[in-house]
Write a protein that binds this ligand. Structure first.
Ligand code: IMP
Ligand code: MG
Length: 179
């Protein structure tokens, strides 16, 4: 790992406040319904759990893990499922919960895959969005924060599997040699 340090970008209080707002919005939008939250492992774990606590309609949680194929095939947008859902989503109101949308490839692929299972509705909720990095179009229904093109960690997001447990979103700043 290159020498680096972390600078706070979005503090814990601001994240909690925004998640509460998103929870209220989703509770309103899904009034009278039951919502299936699909947590995309591992990055979305913290966000999904905190969001779920703020939703007042009945919530079902399920987990899915996917990874992009190697660099050569990444441009095809093919993602490999390493863990599928436990539950069927046919005729259910489903929200995919993501940590961050970058190129949009992962979500584009996941949305297509889940749509084929016949949910009653299928939406996307992301904690962070880097719109300037988008390569494929994807409709995002709920966004926590739009951020500029910086590599961020914390609140589930990692740098080489580290820093997921930070209670805030931080930017990885690489130290120049001799610093
Ligand atoms: P996409 O398919 O390019 O939208 O990929 C999104 C995925 O890339 C996220 O789920 C993260 O795993 C990863 N990612 C993108 N940007 C960052 C970042 O700034 N920090 C950590 N992971 C990131
Ligand atoms: Mg991820």
């Amino acid at each position: 790992m290159e020498r680096h340090h972390i600078e706070v970008m979005i503090d814990e209080i601001s994240i909690n406040k925004r998640i509460k707002e998103l929870g209220e919005q989703i509770s309103q939008d899904y009034a009278g319904k039951k919502v299936y939250l699909i947590c995309i492992l591992k990055g979305s774990v913290y966000f999904t759990c905190e969001l779920a606590k703020r939703i007042t309609v009945p919530v079902i949680m399920d987990f899915m893990q996917c990874s992009s194929y190697g660099a050569a095939t990444k441009s095809s947008g093919v993602v490999k499922l390493s863990k599928d859902l436990d539950l069927a989503i046919t005729d259910q109101d489903v929200i995919i919960i993501e940590d961050i949308i970058d190129s949009g490839r992962t979500l584009r692929h996941l949305k297509e895959l889940l749509r084929q299972r016949g949910p009653a509705s299928l939406k996307i909720c992301t904690l962070l969005d880097k719109p300037s990095r988008r390569i494929v179009d994807v409709d995002v229904d709920y966004t926590g924060f739009q951020i500029e093109d910086k590599f961020v960690v914390g609140y589930g997001l990692d740098y080489d599997q580290q820093y997921r447990n930070l209670p805030y979103i931080g930017v990885v700043e690489f130290d120049s040699p001799g610093q």
